[in-house]
Design a protein. Structure first.
Length: 254
């Protein structure tokens, strides 16, 4: 029987992602001594009369009330670049794709307490590193193109299942803890936004808040630091498209 690759992806970036989301615009504390005071509230345009912190607090509070959303993230970590595209909800269900630097790509579906994982060849080879070519080939024959079924709390799956925790992406964003300044307007995926910025110890955080309709946080970026990150949020309150793979496409390692 060939060695079966573990389903636990190496060097998971969730901790880095959560830490990055807690940076300058939220929980980093006071600005540098030389930082300017927040600009006064604008009397025209979107959110008339509201200051930067008031707009951002409104957006954070509103976004945290969402029952589901789609998150796209691109970031650099000490272990390499990470990209993700996931629809997640407050029940812990999710569906999407994770690209883990040089290790490869994992497709992820979580519904209830069950996780389904599908690895590309690059990821499977990285997971079987150190095995013989015969063992690697046998694992590829068994798993390439198939979904691995695991319990969400299984040792090999629980780290990936954490990517389905909506609260973990939003917990770093804290209302009433910001010195954000208005920085004009822009757009995210065609939606006009109010841009807010804040700088802290060489890092710059930028938030885009929807200028029309519900004041959701649509984009959050951190640049200038060791682990830059770019996150976009969309499809608020839309059901997560979770669908159990066909029986013949599932490998149950349990």
């Amino acid at each position: 029987m060939p060695a079966v690759p573990p389903t636990r992806t190496k060097h998971l970036a969730l901790a880095s992602l959560c830490a990055a989301s807690a940076l300058a615009l939220t929980a980093c504390g006071p600005l540098d001594q030389a930082a300017e005071e927040s600009k006064p509230s604008s009397e025209s345009g979107p959110y008339p009369g509201l200051s930067g912190p008031e707009i951002l607090n409104k957006a954070i509070t509103t976004t945290k009330q969402a029952t589901a959303l789609r998150l796209k993230v691109s970031m650099k970590t000490a272990d390499g670049p990470v990209r993700g595209d996931l629809a997640v909800d407050t029940k812990g269900d999710c569906a999407g794709t994770l690209h883990m630097g040089t290790e490869g790509t994992t497709e992820l579906i979580k519904t209830g307490d069950t996780v389904y994982l599908r690895f590309d060849e690059k990821m499977l080879r990285s997971q079987t590193e150190g095995s013989s070519e015969a063992e690697t080939r046998a694992a590829l024959d068994m798993l390439l193109g198939k979904w691995v079924q695991e319990k969400a709390d299984a040792e090999d799956a629980k780290d990936l299942a954490q990517f389905c925790d909506l609260d973990s992406y939003l917990e770093g964003f804290k209302a009433d803890d910001t010195e954000a300044k208005r920085a004009g307007g822009s757009a995210v995926n065609g939606t006009p936004t109010v841009v807010l910025t804040e700088s802290y110890r060489g890092e710059k955080a930028t938030a885009h808040v929807a200028a029309k309709g519900t004041p959701y946080l649509l984009r959050f970026q951190v640049t200038g630091g060791a682990e830059p990150i770019d996150m976009t949020f969309s499809e608020f309150d839309k059901p997560v498209p979770v669908k159990k793979p066909a029986k013949e496409d599932i490998v149950d390692l349990g």
